[in-house]
Design a protein around this ligand. Structure first.
Ligand code: NAP
Length: 293
């Protein structure tokens, strides 16, 4: 474990009025940092944070609207002078089998979970790049590493997309001294699975019984009983923000760690079992492909 150092930071955190985002914003404020906290409604930020403070900027924005995101980022920089840690945290779960999900359901889930973080990055990265410093945290989910959850294809795919773009971002930003971390929480006890937040597909197809059982379990068996503590997940993010060499992949919780190990083993098994046949698909002349750098 690397040594931690705390110098005051400026955070931009989406979806900071509740759940993991709120815990992170509160802990950052308690450390003496400044926070630009976003939500779809100012009232929920006011309710979450109570009295205003010089180190808190509450921003109402529609993450799906790029112009609204740009205004929020510009306000954060005008207020605090910079952004050090950018946290794409806002997101929601969309249930439904791949066959049953409508185009509108899928696209909206991707708008919030993938294209909104891209809006934030598109407008904030120029500032981080100019200063040659900063740290981007994209909050994905362990399902975006493990995959294979019947009935959750939209959410899973959106989190895989967020993870994939974070890995690429880490490669692009390395020379600019900017870090990128994808956070993979396991189940965390927030309002994420509540009936008000989780979006259930408008259509269900009775043949997909495993997907229905999974939905029933998540709505009636897991909500409120998740193993992860949002305060501790937030603390882990703060810890990763404070070390000189943060991880690109940050798993949060025992369940996330176990599922990640299972996934890596399963991929290794497939790789080994098909290695010979797979290698044989190359042309036979001398290899000229080489990984850049
Ligand atoms: N809880 C878990 O088990 C778990 C596990 C793995 C990953 N995650 C991820 O962790 C992140 C935070 O989730 P959480 O557990 O803290 O859940 P949460 O308590 O439901 O908070 C979700 C946040 O995302 C924002 N959000 C939700 N739907 C939105 C929409 N349609 N448009 C814009 N913003 C929206 C909300 O902002 P508003 O204030 O605008 O409502 C809210 O602050 C999410 O990306 C989630 O996918 C959660």
């Amino acid at each position: 474990m690397q040594k931690q150092a705390h110098s005051s930071k400026v955070w931009f955190i989406t979806g900071a009025a509740r759940g993991i985002g709120l815990s992170l914003a509160r802990q950052a404020l308690a450390c003496g940092d400044s926070v630009a906290a976003t939500s779809r409604t100012l009232a929920s930020l006011q309710q979450a944070f109570g009295k205003s403070s010089e180190r808190l900027l509450a921003l109402e924005l529609d993450l799906v609207n790029e112009a609204s995101v740009q205004i929020a980022i510009d306000k954060a920089i005008a207020t605090f002078g910079r952004i050090d840690c950018l946290v794409n945290n806002a997101g929601y779960g969309q249930q439904g089998t791949i066959e049953a999900l409508s185009d509108t359901e899928l696209r909206h889930n991707f708008d919030v979970n993938v294209f909104a973080p891209l809006h934030v990055l598109r407008h904030a990265l120029a500032h981080l790049r100019a200063r040659r410093s900063g740290h981007v945290f994209n909050v994905a989910s362990i399902v975006g590493f493990q995959g294979g959850y019947a009935g959750w294809g939209s959410y899973v795919a959106s989190k895989f997309a967020l993870a994939g773009l974070t890995e690429t971002l880490a490669a692009e930003l390395a020379e600019l001294n900017i870090k990128a971390t994808v956070v993979y929480p396991g189940p965390v006890r927030t309002g994420f699975l509540s009936k008000d937040t989780l979006v259930v597909a408008g259509r269900s197809i009775a043949d997909y019984s495993e997907a229905q059982s999974s939905l029933d379990l998540h709505l009636n068996g897991l909500d409120g009983k998740q193993a992860g503590d949002p305060e501790k997940v937030a603390k882990l993010i703060l810890q990763a923000a404070s070390v000189p060499e943060p991880p690109v992949h940050l798993f949060a919780g025992k369940i996330a760690n176990t599922l990640a190990e299972q996934k890596m083993q399963a991929v290794r098994q497939d790789l080994e079992a098909w290695r010979g046949a797979s290698d044989a698909t190359d042309f036979t002349e001398k290899r000229c492909w080489k990984r850049a750098n």
